[in-house]
Design a protein around this ligand. Structure first.
Ligand code: NAD
Length: 434
C-alpha cells in the first residue's frame, strides 16, 4: 500500500521504517525542513537501536523516502498516518492543535477512499472530531478516519512494533477497518493478536494501558520505600509478587520516579479526561502527585548526604531510561536544577542524552565518562540504568571520588560489593550498606 506518515519523530520514523519492512511504500513527512534534510542525508535525528540500519535498508529498497511537503505523496496515499506530538496542556489535557493542523491541511490533498490513521496518543473522541474536521475541510465525506495507537517503547521500538503484544485497530466503518487489516496483514499472519474495535475503544485502550503501567511503577516505588524502612529487599518482594501471573514481573523495578515522553503526559491526560467527563480517576491523580513528590524528595535526600553548599555531586544518567537520548520529564530534569539551586556543584554524564539535557538544564559541568564525572565528587548519584554504569569498575569509581556516598536509584549493584570498597551505598528499597 502507499502510506504517508505525518510526523517523523520517534513514533513516525519507527512506524514508517517498520511499515516499509512489512512491504508498504512509505513517505515520512515532517514540517521541520532541517530534520527532513538530515534524514535525506541518512542522519537519524534520534537514538534508537537498529533504526538507522532499518531506514538505510528501505531507502535503498526504494520503499522509504522523506519529504517536508506532503502534497504529492498524500494525493496517492491509501493511508495517511498522523504521528505528530500531543504535548500536555496547562490543565493536563493534551494539546490537539498539531493533530488538528495536520488533519485539516491534509484533508484537501487526499484521494477519495483514503484513510487517515491517528497514531498519536489522543483522548477518547478525537478520531470522531478529526473525521468531522476532515470532512468539513474537503466539503464531502469520501475519506475515512481510524485510530491505531502505538505501544512501542523507546529503546526497543522496532522489536515492539514488529513483534507487538497486540495491534489495536480502531475503525468505525468497513473501509477504515479493511485498510488497517491490509496494512497489518503480515503481522496478523505471524499470529500477533489483532484487536479490531471502534475508535473510542482504541483511544481508551492506549490511555488505560499506560496509566496501568505507570501505576505498577508508582506502586513498587512505594513498596520499595516501605521495604527500606522495614528492613526488606524490594527485589525479593517484586519477584515474589511478579511470579503471580495475574500480576507479572514487568514494570516492578523501583526507581527515581517515572519520566519520559509518555507516562507523565498520558497519566495527566487520563486524569484530565476523567475530570472532564465527571468520572475523576482518583488513583491516577494520586499517582501523578506521588511521582512528582518522589523526584523532589530524592533531591532533598541527595542534598542531605552532600551536607552543605559547594559540595560536589556526580549525576550518572540524565535520560529517563537506558538506551534512549530522551530526557522529557526525566528525574534528572527535576533533580539537577534543585541541586544547583541549593548550591551544589553538579557534574553530569550520560552516554547519549547530554545534548538534550543541556537544552533544559544549565549550570552543570559535563564529563565524558562516569569516572571523570565522579572525580572529587562527594556523592555519586545513578539515575539511569545504562549498562555502562552497571559494568563500572567500583574500585576505580571509589578512587575517583573524594567522598564516600553512592546513591543508586536503579539498584545496579549488590550492596556488599559497593560496601567492600569502603563506600556508603544507598539504593532503593534495600537497607543502606556501609
Ligand atoms: P516527536 O515530538 O518525537 O515527533 C513529532 C514530529 O511531528 C516532530 O518531528 C514534528 O516536527 C512533527 N510535526 C508536528 N506537526 C507536524 C505537521 N503538521 N506536519 C508534519 N510534521 C509535523 O513525538 P513522538 O515521541 O514521536 O510522539 C508522537 C505521538 O506518539 C505522541 O502522541 C506520543 O504521545 C505518541 N507515542 C509516543 C511514544 C514514544 O515512546 N515516543 C510511544 C507511543 C506513542
Amino acid at each position: 500500500m502507499d502510506v504517508v506518515m505525518i510526523g517523523a519523530g520517534y513514533v513516525g520514523l519507527t512506524t514508517g521504517a517498520c511499515l516499509a519492512e512489512l512491504g508498504h511504500r512509505v513517505t515520512c513527512v515532517d514540517n521541520d525542513a532541517l530534520k527532513v534534510a538530515r534524514l535525506r542525508r541518512a542522519e537519524i535525528p534520534i537514538y534508537e537501536p537498529g533504526l538507522s540500519e532499518l531506514i538505510s535498508k528501505h531507502v535503498e529498497s526504494g520503499r522509504l523516502s522523506f519529504s517536508d511537503e506532503p502534497a504529492l505523496a498524500a494525493s496517492k496515499a491509501d493511508a495517511v498516518f498522523i504521528a505528530v506530538g500531543t504535548p500536555s496542556g496547562p490543565d493536563g489535557d493534551i494539546e490537539l492543535s498539531y493533530v488538528k493542523n495536520a488533519a485539516t491541511s491534509l484533508a484537501p490533498l487526499l484521494k477519495p477512499e483514503a484513510v487517515v490513521v491517528i497514531k498519536s496518543t489522543v483522548v477518547a473522541g478525537t478520531a470522531q472530531m478529526v473525521r468531522r474536521l476532515v470532512h468539513e475541510a474537503r466539503g464531502r465525506s469520501d475519506v475515512y478516519v481510524a485510530s491505531n495507537p502505538e505501544f512501542l517503547r523507546e529503546g526497543s521500538a522496532i522489536r515492539d512494533f514488529l513483534e507487538a503484544d497486540r495491534i489495536v485497530a480502531g475503525a468505525d466503518d468497513a473501509r477504515a477497518a479493511k485498510v488497517l487489516e491490509q496494512l497489518y496483514a503480515p503481522l496478523r499472519e505471524k499470529g500477533i493478536p489483532y484487536i479490531a474495535t471502534n475508535t473510542t475503544n482504541a483511544e481508551m485502550i492506549k490511555y488505560a494501558a499506560n496509566a496501568f503501567l505507570a501505576l505498577k511503577i508508582g506502586f513498587i516505588n512505594e513498596v520499595a520505600d516501605l521495604c527500606e524502612a522495614a528492613g526488606g529487599d524490594v527485589a525479593a518482594v517484586a519477584d515474589g509478587i511478579g511470579l503471580d501471573r495475574r500480576i507479572g514481573r514487568a514494570f516492578l523495578n523501583p526507581g527515581p520516579g517515572f519520566g519520559g515522553s509518555c507516562f507523565p503526559k498520558d497519566t495527566r491526560a487520563f486524569a484530565a479526561i476523567g475530570r472532564r467527563f465527571g468520572q475523576p480517576q482518583a488513583i491516577v491523580e494520586t499517582l501523578i502527585d506521588r511521582n512528582e513528590v518522589r523526584k523532589s524528595a530524592l533531591a532533598k535526600r541527595i542534598l542531605s548526604e552532600l551536607g552543605g553548599k559547594g559540595r560536589r555531586v556526580a549525576i550518572l544518567g540524565t535520560a529517563f531510561k537506558a538506551n534512549t537520548d530522551d530526557v522529557r520529564d526525566s528525574a534528572a530534569l527535576t533533580i539537577m536544577p534543585l541541586l544547583l539551586k541549593a548550591g551544589a556543584k553538579v557534574t553530569a554524564h550520560d552516554p547519549k542524552a547530554r545534548h538534550e539535557t543541556e537544552r533544559h538544564v544549565s549550570g552543570a559541568a559535563w564529563a565524558d565518562c562516569p569516572y571523570e564525572a565522579a572525580r572529587d565528587a562527594d556523592v555519586v548519584v545513578i539515575l539511569t540504568e545504562w549498562d555502562e554504569y552497571a559494568g563500572m569498575d567500583l574500585d576505580r569509581l571509589a578512587k575517583s571520588m573524594s567522598g564516600r556516598v553512592v546513591i543508586d536509584c536503579r539498584n545496579l549493584f549488590e550492596p556488599e560489593a559497593v560496601a567492600a570498597r569502603g563506600l556508603k551505598y544507598v539504593s532503593i528499597g534495600r537497607k543502606a550498606a556501609a
